[in-house]
Design a binder for this molecule. Sequence first.
Ligand SMILES: Cc1ncc(COP(=O)(O)O)c(C=O)c1O
Length: 393
Amino acid sequence: MTALIFFRHFVEKLGGKVGMIPINKPTLGREEEENVIQVLRSGILTGRASEGGMVAEFEKIFARFLGVKYAVAVSSGTAALHASLLALGVGLGDEVIVPSFTFSATCNVVLHVGARPVFVDIDLDTYTMDPSEVKKALTPKTKVIIPVHLYGHPVDMKPIMELAAEKDVYVVEDAAQAHGAEYGGVKVGGIGHLGCFSFYPTKIITTGEGGMVTTNDEELAEKVKIIRNQGERGNYATALLGHNWRLTELGAAIGIAQMKKIDGFLAKRRRNAAHLTKLLSNVDELVPPLEKGWAKHAWNIYTVRLRNNEVKRDKAVSLLRKHGVGATIYYPIPVHLTPLYREKGYSKVSLPNTELASKTVFSLPVHPSMTEEDIEKVALAVKETLEALGPSP
Ligand SMILES: Cc1ncc(COP(=O)(O)O)c(C=O)c1O
């Protein structure tokens, strides 16, 4: 079938509609508008992380949702990770264990504080850090482990927490994609010493740009609060090396409205993901995403794997995008093989599962604004695309 005939056939089946279904999309409404207007009218747009402000309120709501004692709002997920490492005193000579199959921010913050990222491979069922690989990577220089709850599926945290306790190292959960995900009934971000969240618009909830650090440790919470505000303990009294990582009142205003809807967002993502998995169950070439027995997936990103077929994966993604399905590859290059990390000498690190995943995965939309019909369109598009591309070599 030529591409043109395929396209026509495809558009007919979709009822002639070719609008793009994006991979993720924030769901915003009147509540967000009203909260933002309230901030605009108050004239106080930022800097009020004290009682009575939107930031303080957002922190309280987020801590309650997660079941942790403290939540400290910051300006991004990257800032949350960076502030966490600074609060733990990570620096030159320290090693931090990270997956390479993640967004670069997870690893970049390690370089920013002068420490050395040590990359470990993933488990292919969940695409998250493999605890047995973590065990092998621990050295006397290890100061922190950063498990990333990739796509919204939790890392197997029990063995990681046990190793951390045994070796006296910290655990900073990168939960940027996993608001509301659970491990053994406990929400992620509340298991390690610190948890880090992102509120970028592709995430479960958004504040535009924004992030949150969560913890049950009062001293660490206090340090992160100081670090996000130039390290000041009191007016202009610089006590720690900090940064301007404050969240704005406008961002927090949006976040408060989003938190009222988060359970609904998660339920819709779960429903959409289950529907899509069912519709794709007869496509033998695809490995569907799993949810382990101990896990509750947040379904921030629905990721399938094309069995051992890189060339077809890339073609399938570009064809799907042409035909209105915002299929996306997270992540086509493992961090250790990006130009910056190659330059730093990581190109010879061997991470077979990571490399296989980066060559064969692609993600499909399941965001809460999608209807059942949208999910059916996505499934149909995937089947038609794979069929049009022919059998795997
Ligand atoms: C796994 C992971 N870590 C960290 C971040 C950084 O978050 P932000 O973009 O809010 O700085 C992201 C954002 O995409 C992410 O997906």
